[in-house]
Write a protein of this length. Structure first.
Length: 447
């Protein structure tokens, strides 16, 4: 079923009540008026028939039928609704009648008059329409029976005219009732609709103003309760926003201090490396310095960002590989970041940054001997399953065929395998046309 508003339900109920009232009034009026009018005509006809019967007893007994005919003629002239009059003796022989032609014999048996009653009435259907046939016994039937037929057409016409007036009045009541129902439904549902719209906006999390309903009924009480709830929600939201802003400032300060501390460590390692003559040991210090630098760079980006939970990874990688290139002073190698912008959770971004640092550093140190040019490409994409794929590829001399990167004693590659497990990822190495590491990790990983 379709959704129906409160206003529609109220309108349907009111219109139904108006329609029921109008129909009931028409049916009731039709029944009452018809019964009343037919009762009146029956009573009037019975009185006339009784008076006529009393006047006809002596003429019938003395067989003065011409006198009776004149009486019947005068009566039919004065009473337009009388259709016929006739007197029938107890042997069912018609003594006098008012029919212009022959007497219809079926009228004799159409109405049997009980001589013990003062009169009896019966509706007959004739060629002249519906007739109310009244029978009055003459001297309890010893002399005969007077039968009078009264047409019901005038009564039916009066009933139909009255019913037409009632129907027109009912139609007017229905129109007025419809207008009143529409106005009333609008009046009663306007505050309800106002509350409903406010509740919908409240459910969507919108900041709404108070709903003003200046009544003391249940709807007014509901509006006051709703306004109190909205006011409390707004106060709570303002408090939460204020608390969130404080925590955001605090978190930025933490990132800033972590970055500064790492920058101090970076500088200390850099100073220490400068004072070491052993190239192998100095290289180890420089690698540790670069690892600290990659983490410090993330905290610097987070400190400058409005989103403290995610890092814009493309911009981060561009800065990271540029720093690595400066460290090794290999400006003859082209380092490119080929990817679309993507935001990674900070708990994923730090391990990924360290992985890139190790793999790019490894390529710069081993894939390109002095004097050999080349390219190192770094990027992040998504596969068909929606997972992230981090790739680091170079076109150098290639990864040594006898070395297994998963079990090598190299600290850098050991660190890469550990970090891949930390982000619930997998790592693969391709040696076809170039050396390419592919690290696949879930797209919704949060560290």
């Amino acid at each position: 079923m379709g959704h129906r508003s409160v206003r529609t339900k109220i309108l349907v109920a009111l219109l139904g009540a108006v329609l029921f009232f109008c129909l009931s009034m028409v049916l009731f009026a039709e029944t009452v008026i018809r019964t009343k009018l037919f009762s009146e005509i029956q009573e009037k006809g019975a009185i006339i028939a009784k008076l006529t019967a009393a006047d006809c007893i002596n003429p019938v007994v003395t067989e003065r039928f011409f006198e009776i005919e004149m009486m019947f003629k005068d009566m039919m002239g004065s009473e337009k609704d009388i259709v016929y009059l006739f007197i029938m003796n107890k042997d069912k022989r018609v003594l006098v009648h008012t029919f212009a032609k022959s007497f219809p014999e079926e009228l004799k048996t159409a109405h049997e008059v009980n001589p013990r009653l003062s009169y009896s009435a019966k509706e007959l259907t004739t060629d002249k329409g519906v007739i109310l046939d009244l029978g009055v016994p003459l001297l309890r039937g010893e002399v005969g029976v007077l039968r009078m037929g009264i047409s019901e057409e005038s009564i039916r016409k009066d009933v139909n005219e009255i019913l037409l007036l009632i129907i027109l009045f009912s139609f007017f009541v229905m129109v007025v009732g419809t207008v009143v129902a529409i106005v009333f439904s609008r009046w009663i549902t306007r505050p309800i609709l106002r509350l409903a719209h406010a509740a919908e906006a409240f459910g969507r999390g919108e900041m709404i103003q108070k709903v003003i309903i200046p009544t003391d009924d249940e709807i007014g009480t509901l509006a006051k309760t709703f306004n109190t709830m909205v006011e409390k929600r707004n106060q709570s939201e303002e408090q939460l926003l204020g608390s969130l802003e404080e925590k955001k400032v605090l978190l930025k300060e933490i990132h800033h201090r972590v970055k500064n501390n790492m920058q101090v460590i970076y500088s200390l390692l850099n100073l220490q490396a400068r004072g070491i003559d052993d190239k192998t040991v100095r290289a180890m210090f420089e690698e540790s310095r670069n690892r600290v630098g990659s983490m410090a760079l993330i905290h610097e980006r987070l400190y400058r960002s409005e989103d403290l939970a995610h890092i814009e990874f493309k911009d981060y990688l561009q800065n990271l590989v540029a720093r690595i290139a400066d460290t090794y002073k290999r400006h003859d190698i082209v380092l490119s970041v080929d990817m679309d912008p993507v935001a990674l959770d900070v708990n994923v971004g730090i391990p990924c940054g360290l992985i890139v640092n190790e793999l790019v550093s490894n390529s710069l140190k081993h894939a390109f001997p002095e004097g050999r040019n080349g390219t190192i490409r770094v990027g992040v994409s998504r596969n068909k399953e929606g997972d992230h794929v981090l790739t680091v590829a170079d076109n150098g001399i290639g990864f040594p065929s006898g070395v297994d990167f998963r079990t090598t004693q190299s600290l850098g590659l050991q660190l890469v395998n550990v970090l891949v497990g930390q982000i619930n990822g997998t790592i693969e190495l391709s040696k076809d046309e170039r050396t390419e590491f592919s690290i696949t990790f879930p797209g919704n990983v949060n560290g």
